[in-house]
Design a protein around this ligand. Structure first.
Ligand SMILES: Nc1ncnc2c1ncn2[C@@H]1O[C@H](COP(=O)(O)OP(=O)(O)OP(=O)(O)O)[C@@H](O)[C@H]1O
Ligand SMILES: *[C@@H]1O[C@H](CO)[C@@H](O)[C@H](O)[C@H]1NC(C)=O
Length: 390
């Protein structure tokens, strides 16, 4: 009898743990929901407007009905929201404008419905503090003849709603890092359903996702976006992040972009950024790459400040010089060196053309700020701690 009581108790405990780690709305019947999602909607189109809130990393969204399918961004109306509820303005003059900037297919409500990424303007139509797209676009246009390409590797960690990494023992730790990177098997890959769902949803939406893999820490994953030209790098990465949050919501768990979600001997999360221009991709482009790296070396602090939403404070927890990172206080560059700030891929070193990888951006970076900073330093020859006003 004792053992029966014990196993009933264990089962019950297991149940409690699962209940605690996933959200209540995830328990609602998805089969019942499907009945409604399949209803015809006439000529109406649901457009979900998405924007970055006042934290510079949080995303917000709301939906409106359009009476016909928008074919391009010009067909989408401006909208507004209450900025005092998104850390974006004080109570008076709290109306903020949403300016449609990029449109994708909606993988949740499906065609003809849309996801609409927006820029945020204040009541006086000046750009909101965390709207980094506005200047990024301006800077990209200044050098568009160079045809800049970016690729970004977004690392993230899946957490339960209790903030504990998904699938980790409720009091304790999984086995040390080693078997998890690109791992397969129930004891190595924690939460693959989310990764698979996110990948398909991005492809459906038209987000330029180019790969995914399990990362070094269990429950940590990566997806790659690119190559994207100019401003579209930020657009595609932000929408990929939105889709990830939304997929995680369906499963009742949370995606964290914190650069060091677990302290101690566990890898942090970054957003390595590949960068090239036409000149770098042509024969002998390595020379241009080396010139860029020289300029970047002279402006390390400016970049560190641009590479996370807290001016470098978030990244300070991650860039320790350990766990495949560089030290936040030192700039370094090297061929195939994963411990450097900037890495030149081995093939690029051999072929003497291609691209380089900036390994400093934090997982919660704003890709508009990162790509803008790279262009300012490498191609507008800016120096010093402040960006130039053009
Ligand atoms: N900004 C960019 N500019 C140019 N090429 C890019 C950029 N971003 C990504 N790429 C592409 O990424 C590819 C590198 O991906 P791949 O997985 O082949 O790397 P790899 O050569 O295996 O790297 P490694 O040798 O370090 O393992 C390049 O072939 C290149 O076309
Ligand atoms: C960046 O380059 C690396 C090789 O240096 C490659 O493995 C990775 O897939 C590229 N990522 C993106 C997003 O382009």
């Amino acid at each position: 009898l004792r053992s029966v009581v014990k196993s009933v108790f264990l089962l019950f405990r297991c149940f409690i743990v699962i209940k605690m780690a996933t959200s209540a709305s995830a328990q609602l019947s998805k089969v019942v929901k499907r009945q409604y999602m399949e209803l015809p909607q006439g000529d109406n189109v649901q457009a979900m407007y998405i924007w970055i809130d006042g934290t510079g990393e949080g995303l917000r969204c709301k939906t409106r009905t359009l009476d016909s399918e928008p074919k391009s961004i010009e067909d989408l109306p401006e909208w507004n929201f209450d900025g005092s509820s998104t850390y974006q303005s004080e109570g008076s003059n709290s109306d903020m404008y949403l300016i449609p900037s990029a449109m994708f297919r909606d993988p949740f409500r499906k065609d003809p419905n849309k996801l609409v990424l927006c820029e945020v303007l204040k009541y006086n139509r000046k750009t909101a503090e965390t709207n980094h797209r506005h200047t990024c676009k301006k800077i990209m246009e200044m050098i568009d003849h160079q045809i800049p390409w970016f690729g970004m590797e977004q690392e993230y960690t899946i957490l339960g709603t209790d903030g504990h990494p998904f699938g980790w023992p409720s009091n304790g730790f999984p086995g040390p890092q080693g078997p998890y990177y690109c791992g397969v098997g129930a004891d190595k890959a924690y939460g693959r359903d989310i990764v698979e769902a996110h990948y398909k949803a991005c492809l459906y939406a038209g987000v330029k996702i180019c790969g995914t893999n399990a990362e070094v820490m269990p429950a940590q994953w990566e997806f790659q976006i690119g190559p994207c030209e100019g401003i579209s790098m930020g657009d595609h990465l932000w929408v990929a992040r939105f889709i990830l949050h939304r997929v995680c919501e369906d499963f009742g768990v949370v995606a964290s972009f914190d650069p060091k979600p677990i302290t101690g001997n566990w890898n942090g999360a970054g957003c390595h950024t590949n960068f090239s221009t036409k000149e770098m991709r042509e024969d002998g482009g390595l020379k241009c790459i080396e010139e860029c790296i020289d300029k970047l070396g002279k402006r390390h602090n400016y970049h560190i400040r641009a590479y996370d939403p807290k001016g470098g404070l978030d990244n300070a927890r991650r860039l320790t010089g350990h766990h495949e990172t560089s030290n936040i206080h030192e700039f370094s560059a090297g061929v195939a060196n994963r411990g450097a700030s900037i890495r030149i891929p081995r093939t690029v070193g051999q072929e003497k053309k291609g691209y380089f990888e900036d390994r400093r951006p934090s997982a919660n970076c704003d890709p508009y700020a990162v790509t803008e900073a790279l262009i300012r330093t490498c191609f507008l020859d800016e120096e010093g701690d402040e960006p130039v006003d053009y």
